[in-house]
Every structure is written in structure tokens, then in C-alpha cells.
Design a protein around this ligand. Sequence first.
Ligand SMILES: Cc1cc2nc3c(=O)[nH]c(=O)nc-3n(C[C@H](O)[C@H](O)[C@H](O)COP(=O)(O)OP(=O)(O)OC[C@H]3O[C@@H](n4cnc5c(N)ncnc54)[C@H](O)[C@@H]3O)c2cc1C
Length: 381
Amino acid sequence: MSQTPDVIVLGAGIVGAACARSCAQAGLSVLVLDRGPIGGGTTAAGMGHLVVMDDSEAQFALTSRSCQLWQELRAELPEDVEYDNCGTLWVAADDEEMAEVDRKARFYQERGVAVEILDAAGVASSEPELRPGLAGGLRVPADAVIYPPCAAAYLLADARRKGGRVEMDCNAGVAAIEGPGSVRLTSGRQIQGGIVVVAAGALTPLLVPGLPIKKRKGHLVITDRYPGFAHHQIVELGYLKSAHATQADSVAFNIQPRKTGQMLIGSSRQYNAEGTEVEPHLLGRMLKRAESYMPRIGQLSALRVWTGHRAATPDKLPIIGPVPGNDRTWIASGHEGLGITTSLATAEILVDRLMGRNPAIPAAPYDPARFEHAAKEPTHA
Ligand SMILES: Cc1cc2nc3c(=O)[nH]c(=O)nc-3n(C[C@H](O)[C@H](O)[C@H](O)COP(=O)(O)OP(=O)(O)OC[C@H]3O[C@@H](n4cnc5c(N)ncnc54)[C@H](O)[C@@H]3O)c2cc1C
């Protein structure tokens, strides 16, 4: 690789790793910088649910395109990525949520996504640990689950195989973007590249101040091995109310069967919670909610509890593209609770735009220019 890389990617979470791989695949010389370890940011704290979502047309386009890219990549993913085509089961507690099942089913079917509406008996027979009396549900069989840190490691290794260079240690911490294509590391070293792609997750605004990205904290619990306790990624439809809450802390029931037989239980959402500490009151609320859907969940032995920060934007869409007025600083961040799912489509859009190609889906809904008045010139971290 030449001394001056075409692209410097800041951040080796799943988004930075995917961008680096796509850049290298397109023949660009790429250097990835992270203060390490691989996937040590939110990527190591997320659930790894690959899910098609219907909050808006733009969210649907990005999630469905990305799920398709994950399916295409599946054959080459190593075992430790634990790709599991378990599908999603959206659970409706009452008639109001059942109406949402019908609406959601129509939305997906009109756009070519296979779904199956289940009645109360159908939900009970597909997931016997759910409490009796639920109204029904919606199964999305093509949705899947992966183990995000190993997925990020694979994408990064593939970027290396395609000629990319990766520097990951405390000396690769980035202090500031200083002028077009130029970064200064915390060690004082200056690196010059063609363009800089900032994929620093929830920390992105420290490098590009003014971007409307806020931290949104979440809690997760992982249990010991209970193979067969859940078969799908099961999500309550009330999850949508939780994801849409703009101020209040919220919890929603969400359980993921891991290939190891462990159960990953979530989740909570909080703004204005900068610390990474586990908050017992919120954890308690979250587990109570889970128990109200799966009464025996309290009997499972929990091994570990942790938190992570999602990078939330006001319109719930990520920010992908050049900073307005500064076409040598690009952003790939703001993926909130969908960055594992949407990493591959994010990388595809970014690189198609860099190469002057037409992206597979329209790029405008994710363009930083939609927040033009908020974003400023990049400065010091
Ligand atoms: C509880 C929870 C559950 C989730 N569940 C899901 C899910 O089921 N499905 C899904 O699709 N998504 C999920 N997400 C969201 C997903 O985890 C994130 O969107 C995704 O991991 C973001 O990846 P990233 O690469 O943008 O950021 P990160 O993984 O945070 O990576 C950013 C990287 O940048 C590095 N960095 C930052 N600043 C600097 C600097 N100055 N110098 C050098 N390096 C720097 C960090 O070290 C880090 O490695 C969940 C998130 C949470 C919190």
C-alpha cells in the first residue's frame, strides 16, 4: 500500500470494519485506526439480531438490503460468527398489538419479505415458554442472529486480505481530524490520507462536533446454557413503543437464543446516561418485563450483565456520507440499535458514493446534509 492511504477509517467496530472491507474490495488503499480491541465499542455490547425493520421506507430499505448482503456473505463466515437463521417472532399481547401484526405483515408482504401470521395457538406451539394468553404474533423467518465481535473481526481480517492495513492499540487513538484527510493520533503522530471516514460509533461527535448523535444506553443479560428455551429471536411488539420513546427510560422484552444454548435477554433504552455502570433499578424493570412474557425466565442462571451505548440520531437513521462543505471527511455512524444489521449496506452506500457509482438503494435519506445546520467543521477530540 502507498504511504498515503486513499481512505483512513477511524473505528474498527462492525461499521468501520465493513467500510474498510468494502473500500479494499473496491481497490482503494485503506488504513483502519482504533485504540482497540476489535469490536471493543458498542459492537461488543450489542445483540447481533439481523432484522428487517419497517419504521420508515428508508429504514426498511437499509435493513432489508443489509440482511440480503449478510445472507450472501453467510457461506464465507467462519463458525465463530455463529450465524443462526432462527427468524424473528414479534409477539402481540392483545388485540391492539394484533392489529399491528396485521399492519406489519402487509407492509412486509407488499415489499417481498416472507412473513407468517400466528394466532394464539401458533405462538404457544412455536415458543412453549411464552406465557399463555398472548394474542398471536408475526414470524419473519429470514431474520437471523450473529455474534458481532467475531463478525467485525472477520470483516477486518477480510479487509487485510484485500490489502488493507489495520493499526489497533492505544497508540492508534485519534486525537483530532486536522484539516483535509489528515488525522493526529494521541501519540502525536500525524497521518495523511485521501479521505477520513469517521466510524467511531457513539463517540463520533467528539471527532466531528455538531453531529446530532446522542448516546442511548442499553442493558443486556446473558444466561447459562438452556438449549431450546427459546427458538426465535422473540421481541414484544411493545418494543416499538420503547424504541420510539424520546425522553423517558424504557424497557422491552427481547430474548435471543445463542448457538451456545445461552439466552441473551434485553433490553433497555436511556438518554442522558453517560456512564457504563449497570443500573439495578432499570435491570430489575427489564427482567420483570421479560418474566411477564416468559414466566420461567427468573429460574435461569444469569452469567453476566453489561451495558452499551447506541449512537442515536433524531430521525432514527444513520449518517452516511461527506460532511457538508468538507468532502474529505465522511461519516458512517448513528446506527442506534441496528448497526450490526445495517453495517454491510452502510459500507456499500459509502463506497458506491466514493467511487461515483449508483448505490443499490437511494443514499439521500442517510446523507449528513439533512442535518446541515447542525454539523460543523471537524476539530479536536
Ligand atoms: C444493548 C444493545 C443491543 C443492541 N442490539 C442490536 C441488535 O440486535 N442488532 C443490531 O443490528 N444492532 C444492535 N445494537 C446496535 C449495534 O451494537 C451498534 O449500532 C453497532 O455496534 C455500532 O457499531 P459501530 O462500529 O458504529 O460502533 P462501535 O462498535 O462503538 O465502534 C466504534 C469504534 O471506534 C473506536 N473509537 C472511537 N473513538 C476513537 C478515537 N478517538 N480513536 C480511535 N478509535 C476510536 C472505538 O474504540 C470503537 O472500536 C445494539 C446496541 C446495544 C447497546
